[in-house]
Ligand binder design. Structure first.
Ligand code: NAP
Length: 320
């Protein structure tokens, strides 16, 4: 029979939300146990910041910091106050408690009085040749214009934005501050983005649209040089010289293992019944960071909600 370990507080995830929750919880002597996740092709312990190069918009780092260094320091700070952690995935949960029950990829079965879910979201990628290699090497391919767009490498370049939703149009508008030209590449002939954002983009002389067009390959050795394109209507192929590509085709929250255990939005994000609270539909279960936030998706907002979740869990554990 598997031995069941009982924990006061389990935190699932290892991005800025999870480690911030762990820092607050360990300093409040809740003895948190962090289940960090394991290594996958599109996600690793540390979360999306592990795929970012330079982080320049997190306050407190006037000279910038790499996403990896930042996550290592977040973790170090949590461990300093006694946080324990393991690099495994949570495969299944039963939130009918408390105690709540969790099963990990390492074969462990755990019980917890409170749980904080901070499993993040994955940016969707085009999955075309060249994309992943140049995204991982910092070669000018990114899924976050707000994070990477202001880097010197993108100044005065032709920048491609792929997608037709609010994110793509917001990213396109944002990139006009730095780029010589922004080319929005969309697979249909009309945008999904809100009308007001569309109008602003159509009026912006720096933004050009390529309709009914898909990217079939990203070309470049060290850095991106051009894109291979295909017109979906005519089948015509072409090339576009670019100095950067931002993919803005949506995100997928890492919440599949929660189905039936906490209420989710139709989009898969965790539903939070009260605004400005991180409590989920399950008693004693809280959610922080990108798994519940399809709007801001920033390291600093994730960290903020991690703090909120830890404070709410602390109150729950002391009064519950
Ligand atoms: P989204 O609304 O789902 O749009 C994704 C876009 O990517 C769509 O235009 C879609 O094309 C395209 N796409 C999807 N898969 C693709 C693929 N494999 N290849 C090429 N194109 C692909 O996602 P989002 O723009 O990230 O927005 C998510 C949510 O956040 C929305 O509710 C949005 O309103 C909100 N948001 C709001 C703001 C704001 O108000 N300021 C800013 C950002 C996001 P199709 O159109 O053909 O499906």
């Amino acid at each position: 029979m598997t031995e069941i370990t009982r924990e006061k507080l389990i935190i699932i995830g290892s991005g800025p939300a999870a480690w911030t929750a762990a820092i607050y919880a360990s300093r409040a002597q809740l003895d948190p146990f962090v289940i960090e996740g394991s290594f996958h092709r599109t996600m690793v312990p540390g979360g999306q910041l592990m795929f970012t190069t330079e982080v320049e918009n997190y306050p407190g780092f006037p000279d910038g910091v790499t996403g990896q260094a930042m996550m290592e320091d977040f973790k170090k700070q949590a461990l300093r106050f006694g946080t324990r952690s393991v690099m495994e995935d949570v495969e299944r949960v039963d939130f009918s408690g408390p105690p709540h029950r969790l099963w990990t990829s390492g074969g462990a079965e755990l019980e917890a009085d409170a749980v904080i879910i901070a499993t993040g979201a994955n940016a969707r990628w085009l999955e075309v040749p060249g994309e992943e290699r140049l995204a991982q090497s910092g070669g000018g391919v990114s899924a976050c214009a707000v994070c990477d767009g202001a880097l010197p490498a993108f100044r005065d370049q032709v920048i491609a934005i792929v997608g037709g939703g609010d994110s793509a149009i917001e990213d396109a508008t944002y990139m006009t501050k730095f780029a010589s030209e922004v080319v929005v590449i969309h697979r249909r002939d009309e945008l999904r983005a809100s009308k007001i954002m569309q109008e602003r983009a159509f009026e912006n002389p720096k933004i050009r649209f390529l309709w009914n067009t898909v990217v079939t390959e990203v070309i470049g050795d060290e850095v991106i040089e051009k894109l291979k394109l295909e017109n979906r209507e005519t089948g015509e192929t072409s090339e576009l010289e670019v100095g950067g590509m931002f993919v803005a085709i949506g995100h997928t929250p890492n919440t599949g293992f929660l189905r039936g255990q906490v209420d989710l939005e139709p989009s898969g994000y965790i539903h939070l019944p009260s605004s400005w609270r991180t409590a989920t539909s399950a008693p004693g279960v809280y959610a922080a960071g990108d798994c519940m936030d399809d709007y801001y998706r920033q390291a600093v907002t994730a960290a903020g909600t991690g703090c909120m979740a830890a404070l709410e869990a602390e109150r729950w554990l002391s009064h519950g």
